[in-house]
Structures are given as C-alpha cells and as structure tokens.
Design a protein around this ligand. Structure first.
Ligand SMILES: [Fe+2]
Ligand SMILES: [Fe+2]
Length: 383
C-alpha cells in the first residue's frame, strides 16, 4: 500500500517532545516521591518501560497455571448437564451431541438422569432427607467459601508480581466465579434449607480477606482451599456429585499456586518467622477445630468420622504450609501432635470407650484420580 506522506513542522515536534519528556519526568518523580513516603503514588504495579508487570514475565508460572487452567477449563453445560448453565460454544455443543449419539443405551440413561427434574429425582432416590441435609450443610461450607475465594483471589491478583503470576491469578478469579455459581445451583437442587456461615468459618474467611499481601495465600490457597480440596475429594464419588471431581482439579491447582509462586519470589526469613505473623496464621487455623466439632453430626450422617476427615485435612494443610514457608508458632511435627491431641481429648470427653487414635495418619480422599491429583500437589510441595 502506498501512502502520501504529509509534511509536519519539525520545530513544533521537537518542542512537543521536550515538553512531554519534562512533564513525564516531573509526574513520575512526584509519584515516586509519594510512593516512597507512603502517601500514595502510582497505584498500578505495572512497568510500562519494560511492557511487563512489576516482577517480570515469569513465563514458568504462566505456563503452569494460566495456560494449564485454560487447557483444563471445564464447562458447566457439559459436566453439570442438570444445571441451567449454557457456557459451551457451538463447537463444544456439537462435540457433546456427537458424543451423545455414540453412547450406548446404558450410557444414555446415565446422561439423561443428570438433567434437572431427573437430577432432583435421583437425589431423592439416593439420599434420605437427613443425608441430603448433611450434604447441603457440608457443601455449603465451601459454597460460602467460594464467594470469599472469588474476592480474595481478586485482591491477590493485585499483590503478586510478574505477568505470569497475574495471568495465573486471573484464571483463579474466573474459576472461583464459576465454582460459586455452579456449586450454588448444585446445592439448591437438594431442596433443603441452606445454613448460614458457621461463626468459626466466618472468622477464618473474614480473617483471610483482611490479611495483608501474600499472607492471603496462607488463609486462602493453603487453608481454605485445602479444606475445599478435602471436601471435594471426600464427596466426589457420591451419586449425583460427580461434578465435584472438576472442582477438585481446580482447587488442587489453586493449592499449588503458592508453592510455584514462592519458588520464584521466596518469602524472606522474617516473613516466614515473624512471631506476629505466625500468631495471626495460628488464629486463622484455630477456628477449624471447633468447626470440626460442630460438623461431626453431618459427616457422621454420611458414614464419615469427622476426625478421620479432619486428621487427613490437617496433615495436608500443615505439610503444605510449612513447605511453602508459612510457619506456625510450633515446629511442624509438634503442631500436628497438638491438633491430634485436641481431637483425641474431645473424643475422650464425648465418645464412650474412646481409645487414642492417630487421626493425622488417615486418608479421607476417595477415588484414584483425586488421590493422584493430590499426590502431585503435596509431593510437589515436599520436593
Ligand atoms: Fe473454588
Ligand atoms: Fe479455589
């Protein structure tokens, strides 16, 4: 293509350039001064001179979290066909249709039973009202947690450095939004009263949202998502709850995020061992103990001993926390012994003929796929 170049005034151009340069220097210097004095300054942690976010490209994290999330992004329209979601593209709908046509008679029956009215019938057939209520009580813990995960990941997106890390957090924000809305619909399908947040969980979630900077990684990605991962792992093999396997995959990636991020941007010795920070972390963990006491009847209704579940969960969360560098006020093994002691003391006081148990050696996750996914997260953390 040919252009007819127009003439410009060179002198005016030079003046324009000089004025812009001076103003740029003055504005940025002033913002730097405000930033250094803590009075404000530039809000975006964006490095336009390098065309990257502050912290650099961090392609490794982008590949492990953003790209992988996109690859594994699951559609509710496909995995929760009983739901009202319509998030498949035309091509994906076509694939589902083609897959449908190739289903055997038994497979077709299975698919159709997942659809709305049939889905509710399936739940009614499979579970007594008390079991349905127990599932709702347990799943709604995470349902409320997803709302906070959405808010917290949105804030961490601002706090992490590097383009790769921001891309990873962007995917987490998207996934949490999907978790909140899909889980909400799943829980409503049980047609049982949905409880409010128990105060212990309220304290954990509010404490996490209010914690500063990367400490949010501890409250959310280690503690709350560790709880979510364990609940999805324990329930995903229940009839009608198969979609939880998809949630479990996403949560495992979210639990792995602090490990991958802090490998590239490690916490300082002081950030790990600062006594005030250790006490604050402990204060976030503590409400989980009375929460376990409170949830005992719901787990019991489904044939799960809450302390087997809690022991399996506490072991994973504590191992992950220490590996990443989020230390607690006691050494790792003493911390585990202390919680096992509390569980046993409670059982001693409330259960007839209780004998000392090693609850922290239990495994609550069922399903080979889920166990393999967890091994990847927790072994990676110990590598
Ligand atoms: Fe989630
Ligand atoms: Fe999550």
């Amino acid at each position: 293509m040919e252009f007819r170049k127009l003439k410009v005034n060179d002198n005016a151009q030079q003046t324009n350039a000089a004025v812009e340069n001076t103003l740029n220097f003055a504005v940025r210097a002033f913002d730097k001064f405000l930033g250094a004095t803590g009075l404000g300054g530039r809000k975006a942690d964006y490095d336009d001179e390098h065309y990257e976010f502050v912290g650099g490209a961090n392609d490794e994290l982008r590949k492990k979290h953003y790209d992988k999330s996109l690859r594994l992004l699951w559609k509710a329209g496909r995995h929760a066909e009983w739901s009202s979601f319509n998030d498949c593209s035309k091509e994906e709908e076509m694939l589902v249709k083609l897959a449908d046509e190739n289903l055997s008679e038994t497979e077709k029956k299975q698919v159709s039973r997942m659809q709305s009215a049939e889905f509710r019938e399936l739940l009614n057939r499979e579970y007594t009202p008390a079991q349905k209520q127990a599932i709702v009580n347990i799943l709604s813990l995470i349902g409320h947690g997803e709302a906070y995960a959405w808010l917290v990941s949105n804030e961490v997106l601002r706090d992490v450095k590097s383009t790769g890390a921001k891309a990873a957090l962007t995917m987490q924000v998207l996934e949490e939004a999907k978790h909140f809305v899909v889980l909400r619909e799943l829980i409503h399908a049980f047609e049982m009263p949905i409880p409010r947040l128990p105060v212990y969980e309220y304290m954990m979630l509010e404490g996490t949202l209010k914690s500063k900077g990367l400490e949010k990684f501890f409250g959310m990605n280690v503690l709350v998502e560790g709880i979510a991962l364990s609940i999805f792992g324990a329930l995903s093999k229940f009839p009608g709850l198969e979609v939880l396997e998809m949630f479990h995959l996403d949560e495992s990636r979210h639990c792995a995020l602090p490990t991958n991020y802090l490998k590239t941007t490690p916490l300082t010795w002081w950030e790990k061992n600062n006594p005030a920070a250790m006490v604050k972390r402990f204060a976030l963990v503590l409400p989980a103990i009375p929460l376990a006491f409170k949830m005992e009847p719901d787990f019991a209704e489904l044939g799960i001993d809450v302390f087997d579940f809690g022991g399996s969960l506490v072991r994973k969360v504590i191992n992950l926390a220490y590996r990443v560098g989020f230390h607690l006020p006691l050494p790792q093994e003493n911390m585990k012994d202390f919680i096992n002691y509390l569980f046993n003391a409670y059982c001693q006081a409330t259960r007839d003929g209780h004998t000392y148990q090693r609850f922290l050696d239990r495994e609550a996750t069922t399903g080979e796929k889920e166990l393999a996914v967890e091994r990847e997260v927790f072994l990676m953390a110990s590598a």
